[in-house]
Design a protein around this ligand. Structure first.
Ligand code: NAD
Length: 247
């Protein structure tokens, strides 16, 4: 479905990003994963290499909070591959700290990665997509962008902002043939999920109508659809992939 496309996936070293990278590679895409550290990027690349030594994949670890570093990396990728068809802004962090223990630093850290670094990656990539006359930007939102969550205010705040950025840029960039959508995963079995307190996990799972937690592959499938020409008339959408878990 993505033959000869070039995709950059932030947070591609594990969880949802890793599953998406693998699925895109299986669909003929060239994939560049971003991670936070050299070790995690190397680990993901060797895992992918074990899956299939012929996968056209490489990785970088730019500091996503540093615009110059992000721009330099994106420009180098565009130069090397001649284009960037798909940008998936997936890197994200979460926390469930109650408000009276929440520090300003923790709030800023979440907003900086989940929202500001997303803006930085998009800002650096849009000129390339405009020049090539097409592009797809996909953002990882969350089910909490619809309902909020009972503690850890920074995370849902960041994901509401992700939806705002997605809908607004879809309207701004439609004329440039750039589609912008988001996927809003529900509870998904990744390291982030496993780090949540057990009572919180049990409470959430009991409210999932499909009766199970999502797999990273469930989310990757939604990204594949939205990245492909199957979604050629879909933009400005936040696609829930959450087993109808809405609270
Ligand atoms: N797991 C869930 O239940 C769930 C639900 C809804 C939304 N999400 C969203 O899915 C996305 C992926 O999360 P996941 O569940 O796969 O989590 P994960 O913790 O397994 O992966 C997070 C990814 O983000 C990257 N990352 C973290 N901090 C970074 C930093 N400072 N700089 C650069 N990269 C950094 C990591 O390298 C990793 O690849 C996130 O945006 C998250 O908010 C997850």
């Amino acid at each position: 479905m993505l033959k000869n496309k070039v995709a950059v996936i932030t947070g591609g070293t594990r969880g949802i990003g890793y599953a998406t990278a693998k699925l895109f590679l299986d669909n003929g895409c060239k994939v560049i994963i971003f991670g936070s550290r050299a070790e995690s990027v190397d680990k993901a690349l060797s895992q992918l290499n074990e899956e299939n030594p012929n996968y056209p994949v490489e990785g970088y670890y730019p500091n996503l909070n540093d615009y110059e570093e992000v721009e330099k990396t994106i420009l180098a990728i565009a130069e090397k591959y001649g284009k960037i068809d798909i940008l998936i802004n997936n890197a994200g962090i979460s926390s469930s700290t109650p408000i009276d223990q929440y520090t300003v630093e923790e709030f800023e850290k979440i907003i900086n990665l989940n929202v500001v670094s997303m803006f930085k990656c998009i800002r650096a990539t849009v000129p390339i997509m405009k020049e090539q006359g097409e592009g797809v930007i996909l953002n990882t939102s969350s089910m909490v962008s619809i309902s909020g969550q009972p503690s850890g205010v920074g995370y849902p705040t960041s994901k509401f902002a992700v939806n705002g950025m997605t809908l607004s840029l879809a309207r701004e960039l439609g004329k440039d043939n750039i589609r912008v959508n988001a996927v809003a995963p529900g509870v998904t079995e990744t390291d982030m999920f496993k780090s949540l307190p057990e009572p919180l996990i049990e409470g959430i799972v009991s409210k999932i109508p499909l009766g199970r937690v999502g797999k990273p592959e469930d989310i990757a499938n939604a990204f594949l659809y939205l990245a492909s020409d199957m979604a050629s008339y879909v933009t400005g959408e936040v696609l829930s992939v959450d087993g109808a878990c809405r609270s």
